[in-house]
Design a binder for this molecule. Structure first.
Ligand SMILES: *Cc1c(COP(=O)(O)O)cnc(C)c1O
Length: 503
């Protein structure tokens, strides 16, 4: 038998053969209708112009073929339910199934945003209880649950700062952003009408205090700071940073995407932060990725409360909850209705299930896990910043790059070992960064598997760099054109004819 014959005979399992994807043949149906027992009508007459006749190219398949098709596709994906996602900055923790059960309760899942307040008291109480818990966790005074993502929360927070400064007579011109920041931070500042000024990190990977003091003046609206920052390092001089800003009338914005390192241990409101966002879809265990709904609540100090998006929830004299729309200083609505309510339910379920001690334990375990990986791998991969790690650790590919193996190659090879890649080439302050965040969810056994895989790849990079540079070998497809995948994604099937016509 020739290779060609084998290839043909195995085409139903051979990932890269286009043949297997197209299963259609004429006359097959995935449904069976009961015999017609009413007079037949001419659908073209009934539907008029809405009648479609261009469906001739649709696939014709049996029910079993459809089921196998989608089940097969689902097994070609990597998923958090299959293994670890050590994707730094994303906090890909386990989303407890009980959250899903609670979010699907009939009265919550089917609640309609237009239903009157008096029959929405349960849903409103959930939002109120969540708000109180998040205010307690962050040490702030007020909160909005409207924003639908971290970046959306950033925008809302900076709009609050702008509205406040404007109310004092001058919105100011610039926002300072450290060079280790997430890309959304400068984008947010720009979209809110501010010029971005880059702030250099010092040799420890923290904000350079003297640079900050030199750059801070009355043109600066504030600083957007991630703490711990994207190197996984806690800003030890955070009080001083806040003082330098406040002395010149500026505000401290905290990107709270990394709260998984702080919950139950310390509170941004206590260390000088004026306004911040949280990523419920990171820290508080609601599913994320794949463009699903997120939630980025913004918590602030008292003096910013009048500017929060409206409506704002209020407790009435009779103890019922409702919304106050009369907010003359509000920056306005940032999201229809009240935000992604299903995320509120999941986050509250997670917070209540853990309780204060459980949340604190979560933080401790997340930090312990990251430090375990750091300790195990620091001989194999370069550690560019030696400051203490919090919930994530950033290595660089400097050692492997001497053999031509880059962080992206190591990540691709990691796929062959059964893991989702870590975060590649971020933060930008580290050349060839490998950013690993195990989260508290992973067991010692799982962490050891990742450590063994990373050590093995380090050895392969030394002994057989070409092999690593061509990985992965175990996936349906190997090296893709990542630019084309992002710029020209093919997201749906099209009939062969229509496809060639549109090309
Ligand atoms: C994830 C993340 C963001 C953005 O959050 P989205 O919900 O993806 O918009 C911002 N900053 C940091 C540090 C992050 O890790």
């Amino acid at each position: 038998m020739s290779d060609k014959d084998i290839k043909k005979a195995t085409r139903h399992v051979n990932q890269n053969e286009g043949l297997i994807f197209e299963r259609s043949s004429p006359g097959k149906k995935a449904y069976r209708l009961a015999p017609l027992d009413v007079p037949e009508v001419d659908y073209k007459k009934v539907l008029g112009a809405a009648a479609r006749e261009d469906l001739g190219n649709m696939p014709e398949v049996s029910e079993m073929e459809i089921i196998r098709h989608f089940t097969r596709l689902s097994t070609w994906n990597y998923a958090i339910d299959l293994g670890m996602y050590p994707l730094g900055s994303c906090t890909m923790k386990y989303n407890p199934r009980v959250n899903e059960v609670v979010a699907r309760l009939y009265g919550l899942a089917e609640a309609h945003p237009y239903q009157p307040e008096k029959i929405s008291q349960g849903a409103l109480r959930i939002m109120k209880t969540l708000s109180e818990a998040l205010i307690e966790i962050t040490g702030m005074d007020a909160i909005t649950l409207q924003p639908a993502a971290g970046a959306h929360g950033e925008m809302t927070g900076i709009l609050l700062m702008r509205a406040f400064l404007q109310s004092k007579g001058n919105p100011r011109k610039k926002i300072l952003i450290p060079d280790s920041a997430h890309g959304t931070n400068p984008a947010t500042a720009a979209i809110c009408g501010y010029a971005v000024e880059n702030l250099k990190s010092n040799a420890h990977g923290m904000v350079d205090i003297s640079a900050l003091a030199a750059q801070m003046n009355e043109d600066v609206a504030g600083l957007m700071l991630t703490n711990p920052n994207t190197l996984g390092i806690f800003e030890q001089e955070i009080h001083k940073i806040a003082d330098i800003l406040h002395e010149k009338g500026g505000l401290l914005y905290m990107d709270g995407a990394n709260m998984n390192a702080l919950v139950g241990k310390t509170r941004p409101g206590d260390f000088g932060v004026d306004v911040m966002h949280l990523n419920l879809h990171k820290t508080f265990s609601t599913p994320h990725g794949g463009g699903g709904p997120g939630c980025g609540p913004v918590a602030c100090k008292k003096f910013l409360e009048p500017f929060l998006p409206q409506p704002v929830m209020v407790e009435k004299a009779d103890g019922t909850l409702g919304f106050d729309y009369n907010r003359p200083q509000s920056v306005g609505r940032v999201r229809m209705f009240y935000g992604n309510f299903g995320m509120h339910v999941r986050a509250l379920a997670y917070i209540l299930a853990n309780g204060p001690d459980g949340l604190r334990q979560t933080t401790e375990d997340a930090v312990l896990n990251a430090n375990y990986i750091r300790k195990k791998l620091e001989g194999d991969y370069e550690l560019p910043y030696k400051s203490a790690s919090m919930h994530e650790v950033v290595f660089s590919d400097r050692i492997q790059a001497q053999k031509g193996v880059k962080t992206g190659d190591i990540a691709k090879r990691l796929i062959d070992y059964g893991f989702h890649p870590y975060t590649v080439s971020f933060p930008l302050v580290v050349h060839g960064a490998l950013m690993i965040e195990p989260t508290e969810s992973e067991s010692l056994e799982e962490l050891n598997l990742l450590v063994d895989a990373m050590k093995s790849i380090a050895r392969e990079a030394e002994e057989d760099p070409e092999m690593v540079k061509n990985a992965p070998y175990m996936t349906r497809v190997s090296r893709l054109d990542e630019t084309a995948a992002a710029r020209k994604p093919v997201l749906r099937w099209r009939p062969a004819q229509a496809q060639s016509a549109s090309e």
